[in-house]
Design a protein around this ligand. Structure first.
Ligand code: LMR
Ligand code: MN
Length: 429
């Protein structure tokens, strides 16, 4: 513990060390010991750090926010004390930020970030951590300006480069700048750059500017780093063991055969409900993920993240009731049920969904000629009243080169191999 011990603490190191050694196995006892130390030596920085750690450990064990808040304020106290050795200052404030973020108190976390940056102006990591907090809470312009300062001083900092490129690509839709900076960042292979999101968007950027060779190269590197399940299956929220195939036949999803039969049996009623909403205008909403290249593509959502959209369901009660009676569809917290309308002249960029935990069922409702969907390397078309089932974690792409609207009902279902426990515990997407 020499690095975290200042001159005064050195005098009482025996007591501090002993308390410290009890942290892991008996945090309650360690807490008492640190309290005792602090009674005698109220200006001991290691005393406060130890106290915070003991509270932190207990908070975790007892799932107590109150204890955690107390831990956080003691971690912070270390930063306001005199003669705090650098390693102690870092350890205490880094943990302070981690726990403050965990509590969702980002504004407070930012103040702690700024303290670290002030004290260690030569360490770009602290600036990058601040950037990440800003991005987490959607303060993109703040993140961008921190990044620009960072890159002025450290033009080859991989972590700053990938984040800067990520913003250009995903927020500004500036593919050239996005690709340029993300590639430059990934070239450093700094651990911070080896992250599925950067490989995902760098490859996507290359693909959209027409450089499919570079895209494939990046995807292969992503597979080599185990960031993707495969070159074609690039979802980032995965359960690893699940059967992975781009297209599924109805009989490969026999677990849900009643749902499949219901959909095909009632397709006309479903179609009529969808068309009725479509004719009222203003209820279908633009696709929001920036996946569209050209054209017009809108959706009317009935279920999302396992929850019913009551307002929309009131407009299409038959369809909602039908899907609602199949819990693996309506309760699929990693998917949606929605009507999807696509107008002539639409092209949807090649893309991957976020997770391999769902399969995507399309019920063809209104299907003009010259409409296509590619999943993996096989291109298909819809048929009215019939299902297409695919795994949208695989790369897919959609074209509408026809002359009339295409309407389908999209129903996501949990992957049939997920266990009950998994379906209950996986985070919603
Ligand atoms: C997709 O999942 O991206 C498309 O299949 C959606 C659609 O409307 O065809
Ligand atoms: Mn898709």
């Amino acid at each position: 513990f020499a690095g975290i011990t200042n001159k005064d603490d050195w005098q009482i190191r025996k007591e501090l060390d002993e308390a410290q050694l009890n942290l892991r196995n008996n945090a309650a006892y360690a807490l008492k010991m640190f309290e005792k130390v602090l009674e005698k030596y109220p200006s001991s920085p290691r005393g406060f750090y130890g106290l915070a750690q003991a509270l932190d450990t207990l908070a975790d064990k007892e799932k107590s926010n109150e204890l955690l808040e107390e831990a956080i304020s003691n971690y912070f106290k270390v930063s306001e004390m005199k003669n705090v050795p650098d390693p102690l200052y870092k350890a205490s404030l880094e943990r302070c930020i981690d726990r403050t973020r965990f509590r969702g108190k980002y504004g407070k976390a930012i103040r702690v970030h700024l303290k670290l940056i002030n004290r260690f102006p030569d360490q770009p990591e602290y600036r990058n951590q601040l950037t990440i907090t800003y991005l987490t809470i959607g303060k993109v312009e703040e993140a961008r300006s921190v990044l620009e300062e960072t890159l002025q001083k450290w033009p080859y900092n991989g972590c700053a480069l990938v984040h800067y490129g990520f913003i250009w690509k995903t927020i500004d839709n500036n593919l050239e700048k996005g690709v340029f900076y993300m590639q430059k960042g990934i070239d450093t292979q700094d651990p911070c750059t080896i992250d599925g999101r950067f490989y995902f968007h760098l490859g996507d950027g290359y693909s959209r500017i027409g450089n499919s060779k570079k895209a494939l190269k990046i995807y292969q590197e992503g597979v080599d780093h185990k960031l993707f399940l495969s070159k074609y299956q690039r979802s980032l929220y995965n359960v690893p063991r699940l059967t992975a195939r781009p297209w599924w036949k109805n009989n490969q999803l026999s677990k849900y055969n009643i749902l499949l039969e219901d959909l095909e049996k009632h397709w006309i009623a479903i179609k009529n409900e969808g068309l009725a909403v479509l004719n009222q205008q203003g209820f279908f909403q633009d696709e929001s993920e920036n996946l569209k290249d050209t054209g017009d593509w809108k959706q009317f959502e009935l279920f999302a993240r396992g929850r019913r959209n009551t307002k929309n369901c009131n407009k299409t009660p038959f369809t909602c009731k039908l899907v609602g009676s199949h819990i693996d569809a309506s309760g699929c917290r990693r998917g949606q049920t929605k009507f999807s309308v696509m107008h002539p002249g639409t092209h949807v960029w090649s893309h991957c969904g976020p997770t391999n935990c769902r399969l995507r069922i399309h019920l063809g409702l209104k299907v003009p000629p010259k409409t296509f969907i590619r999943v993996g390397d096989t291109v298909r078309s819809w048929n009215a009243g019939k299902l297409l089932i695919f795994d949208d974690s695989f790369e897919h792409e959609v074209w509408h080169n026809g002359t009339d609207i295409r309407l389908v009902l999209i129903v996501d279902v949990w992957h049939p191999e997920l266990t009950m426990t998994e379906k209950e515990n996986l985070s919603s997407l």
